[in-house]
Ligand binder design. Structure first.
Ligand SMILES: [Zn+2]
Length: 287
């Protein structure tokens, strides 16, 4: 599943490629991917993309001269966005990319947005949990209200974070995964942030000290920023149009490292289940 650093990487790539471009037509290959809104083709035709924003893992497209029309896009489990330029160069990503995903449009392409300069944007989604959805200003506000503040944001308030943690009794990992509490941390990055902050995933949220809360806020932001800087964890199979072949996988310290030695103390990394998710941690240096 694409996590926030992957979504942010895709967003930044698409933004650099398609802002200012005008949509000529929209081809829908699967109705579920547009939530059955068949007006999407008519409403997007001749619209010029002015920005791509993001909150949590939700991408928000806006359009020149349209302050009451937005396109929301969510990759969910298996979504991918690929921009194809006139020479066939590809940018984008999302869910782990296989070579066959790059024949576009392909078997899993659900929507293709054709741009007037003969470039195109393809939305692939094998499992069809993701979507593209038109909304208005009010709908956008409702969507945004579902997300808590983001630790990746430079102004994230660790004081607020600590006070809120004190009110929750669930395991700290479950609390960090709750997107309405704080947005953006998925399974991989929660494990990594907890390891960096030396906090055990099963620790009760209200037992986290202030010092640990500050360390956790910092670690959460850092681990995602570092991942974004190298393009996330899912670009193993191709170079994007900027020649980047990003991969944060090699920088992971605990996720997927069960039975391997902890880099900090040498103890074997354990894998357990917390909040229904595979959870990796060091039982010696995470308290
Ligand atoms: Zn350790």
């Amino acid at each position: 599943m694409p996590e926030l650093p992957e979504v942010e990487t895709v967003r930044l790539q698409l933004k650099s490629k398609i802002v200012g471009k005008t949509i000529s037509s929209v081809e829908v290959f699967h109705d579920k991917s547009i939530k059955g809104d068949n007006n999407i083709e008519d409403r997007l035709r001749n619209k010029t993309i002015s920005n791509i924003d993001r909150i949590g893992k939700l991408m928000i497209f806006s359009f020149v001269g349209e302050d009451d029309l937005f396109l929301l896009a969510h990759l969910k489990m298996t979504g991918q966005f690929f921009f194809v330029d006139r020479e066939g160069g590809i940018a984008g990503g999302g869910h782990s990319v296989a070579a066959t995903d790059l024949n576009l449009p392909g078997r899993h392409t659900r929507v293709t947005i054709h741009l007037k300069d003969r470039t195109s944007l393809h939305f692939n989604d094998m499992r069809i949990f993701g979507y593209l959805k038109l909304t208005n200003k009010k709908g956008l506000e409702v969507a945004k209200a579902r997300f808590g503040p983001e630790p990746i944001h430079p102004e994230f308030d660790s004081e607020w974070f600590y006070e809120k943690l004190k009110k929750r009794k669930a395991p700290i990992k479950a609390v960090l995964l709750d997107q309405t509490f704080i947005a953006g941390l998925g399974n991989i990055y929660v494990d990594e942030a907890l390891w960096r902050a030396k906090v055990k995933p099963t620790r009760r949220s209200d037992k986290v000290t202030k010092k640990e809360a500050v360390a956790l806020a910092t670690a959460s932001g850092d681990v995602m920023r570092e991942s974004i800087a190298v393009g996330g964890t899912t670009f193993q199979h191709f170079k994007d149009t900027d020649g980047r072949k990003g991969n944060f996988t090699q920088h992971l310290k605990v996720f997927g490292k069960q039975e391997q030695a902890c880099e900090r103390c040498g103890n074997a990394i354990k894998k357990i289940r917390v909040a229904g998710r595979g959870t990796h941690y060091c039982s010696r240096c995470q308290k």
